[in-house]
Design a protein around this ligand. Structure first.
Ligand code: 6PG
Length: 244
């Protein structure tokens, strides 16, 4: 079962993402004294992260109890403009009182295979009580990819590892990504998708035949958690919200 929420504009979408992030954080901290979240990269979530850094939202969250992970990372240094970590620092993390120890960066500057092994070790240490992510935020590319699960890559079908590093032919670059093995255990998985260029792939992902090799976002199916699609009107222009 998934939920679809459609908002008129990208800015309204960002406001609602920040609002729901804040609510989920407050609920998780009240229930389990911590909130673990994997941030999405790319450009779409940046506006929501910037809103979360404003007092209207930041003052509602006990950042000492927030633990930030990443859904994927480009294999670049942490201060590189392409780094998802760099984007999240500039938009959010440099502006809120979160302890540095609570930010778990994917080390994009080191050998990718070692980076994936290191990150998996960190994640397995953190989730040793079998509690998994309270929230995984995901974007979706115009080719239907999510995180760094790109069409035609083996990471889509990974059955054991939580983190994989792979060379993405299409981009001619290495990426590090969480795999569906971990993503699908999250309590809440939220796709944040905006823009007319996402309308056609979104229709394929949501209502086309099941073909995750071509549309990897289809592999995201929470085992017990809730899947929510938070869309702007442009991205949703080819789908009508209907119960799954
Ligand atoms: C990345 C992201 C990736 C992103 C989509 C959408 O590292 O690029 O994790 O999965 O979410 O490509 O990107 P936009 O939001 O920029 O369209």
């Amino acid at each position: 079962m998934s939920v679809t929420q459609i908002f008129p504009t990208p800015s309204e979408l960002a406001l609602q993402v920040a609002t729901q992030f804040c609510e989920l954080a407050q609920n998780a901290i009240a229930a389990r004294n911590k909130f673990s979240v994997a941030l999405a990269g790319g450009s779409t979530p940046k506006a929501a992260y910037q809103l979360l850094a404003t007092p209207q939202f930041a003052d509602q969250i006990d950042w000492q109890k927030v633990h930030i992970f990443y859904g994927d990372e480009r294999c670049v240094p942490p201060d590189h403009p392409d780094s998802n970590y760099h984007m999240s620092r500039q938009a959010l993390l440099d502006h809120v009182p979160i302890p540095e120890a609570n930010i778990y960066r994917m080390p994009g500057e080191i050998d990718p295979i070692n980076a994936a092994l290191q990150y998996e070790h960190q994640l397995r240490n953190f989730f040793w009580e079998m509690n998994y992510f309270d929230l995984v935020l995901l974007g979706m590319g115009a080719d239907g990819h999510t995180a760094s699960l790109f069409p035609g890559t083996q990471a889509i079908h990974e059955k054991n590892c939580w983190v994989r590093a792979h060379f993405v032919e299409k981009l001619n670059t290495w990426r590090i990504t969480l795999t569906p093995v971990l993503i699908n255990t999250a309590h809440q998985i939220v796709f944040v998708v905006a823009g007319q260029n996402k309308a056609e792939p979104l229709q394929q992902v949501r209502h086309g035949p099941y073909q995750p090799d071509n549309y990897p976002s289809q592999i995201i199916q929470p085992k017990k958690g809730q899947l929510t699609w938070m869309l702007d009107q442009a991205a949703a222009s080819l789908i009508s919200p209907r119960p799954e």
